[in-house]
Design a binder for this molecule. Structure first.
Ligand code: UDP
Length: 331
């Protein structure tokens, strides 16, 4: 049996494919290559280029391949873009998941692990954030991910598809060997932008606000290494295969770092200057997001091992410094 990885050519999906294959799993990838990269595909995985909103396409894959579980990363994930183009997010994220669930029902595939987000919580009442806290998204992106969770909840009741929803905090880092890494066009995430500045590809980084109610005034986030994040997906798959009930888990490090602290840490790791300027706040940014990941540790047996931001930045730097143009070919 194979695991179907939707979005397996993207940053997080490609790390999942590599770990699944390391663990001896057979993998089938579906990706429309809109934000994913052909060079991020694992050579041992079967690959089908196409869009999850295309039901005929998805059905043909479930017919050709022998699939027992799905891991779903195929979604748009930028808060800012989702505010400017909300219908794009409802179409790809929500409608895409609807088509997927329909195909799973038709082909009797009963297990799905799904990438959700801390953006489902909105501005938290307190930190660390527990899975039981209210979900009041402040962005279209968060709303679509929460809606995807609800699609799964109601579909489970009618059709018995079990799901694990993993609510990610701030994912960064790369596979230690730097075969694959993070490459978004355009890049909006903090760690890659810091490292592009260290490489001299940007004159400076703009810190989005230093007047937040935090010790140094900049936003605090909980950074989790992509490899630790993916190990939770493999455990979630095992949990479902062992008959685990549908569930939701936070994935973070339970520690917060400010934007300024991340820049300072990156200066130490890279040994480079990283000029920073203070800019305006970015719309929709909560001041502090820190996860409680105790539930994932207790129920899934998750044991993140790469929890220091030094290690996260070091592995991200290893990728960025060896692939300064990301997956684009050198000229
Ligand atoms: N950030 C920043 N400058 C940048 C990019 C990000 O100050 O060029 C801040 C952003 O406001 C947030 C944190 O870094 O407080 C992490 O942002 P990112 O976009 O990486 O992740 P998010 O928290 O939106 O998921």
């Amino acid at each position: 049996m194979s695991v179907l990885v939707l979005g397996g050519a993207g940053y997080i999906g490609s790390h999942a494919v590599y770990q699944l294959i390391d663990q001896g799993e057979k993998v089938v990838i579906v990706d429309n290559l809109e934000t994913g990269h052909r060079d991020a595909l694992h050579p041992k995985a079967a690959f089908y280029e196409g869009d999850i909103r295309n039901g005929d396409f998805l059905n043909s894959i479930f017919e050709k391949e022998s699939i027992d579980a799905v891991i779903h990363f195929a979604a748009n994930s930028l808060v800012g873009e989702s505010m400017e183009n909300p219908l794009k997010y409802f179409d790809n994220n929500v409608y895409g998941t609807q088509v997927l669930l329909q195909a799973m029902i038709e082909h009797n595939v009963k297990k799905i692990v799904f990438s959700s987000t801390a953006a489902t919580y909105g501005e938290p009442e307190s930190v660390p954030i527990l899975e039981t806290m209210p979900t009041i998204p402040t962005s279209t992106y968060g709303e679509t991910k929460l809606t995807m969770e609800k699609l799964m909840k109601w579909t489970e009741q009618a059709h018995g598809i079990k799901y694990v929803s993993l609510r990610y905090f701030n994912v960064a880092g790369a596979r230690e060997t730097a075969e694959i890494g993070e490459d978004h066009q355009p890049e909006t995430h903090l760690v890659p932008i810091i490292l592009q500045t260290a490489l001299g590809q940007r004159s400076h980084i703009t810190i989005f606000g230093d007047d937040y109610n935090t010790p140094d005034g900049t936003c605090i986030r909980d950074y989790v290494h992509v490899e630790d994040l993916i190990s939770a997906h493999l455990l979630a798959l095992k949990y479902l295969r062992n008959g685990g009930k549908s569930n939701v888990f936070n994935l973070g490090s339970n520690k917060g770092f400010s934007v300024k602290e991340m820049i300072d840490e990156a200066k130490l790791v890279t040994g480079r200057d990283i000029p920073a300027k203070i800019g305006a706040r970015r719309a929709g940014d909560p001041s502090i997001l820190i996860a409680s990941s105790e539930k994932a540790k207790q129920v899934l047996g998750w044991n993140p091992t790469q929890t220091s931001v030094t290690k996260i930045i070091k592995d991200a730097w290893n990728w960025h410094s060896t692939h300064p143009k990301g997956y684009r070919k050198e000229v």
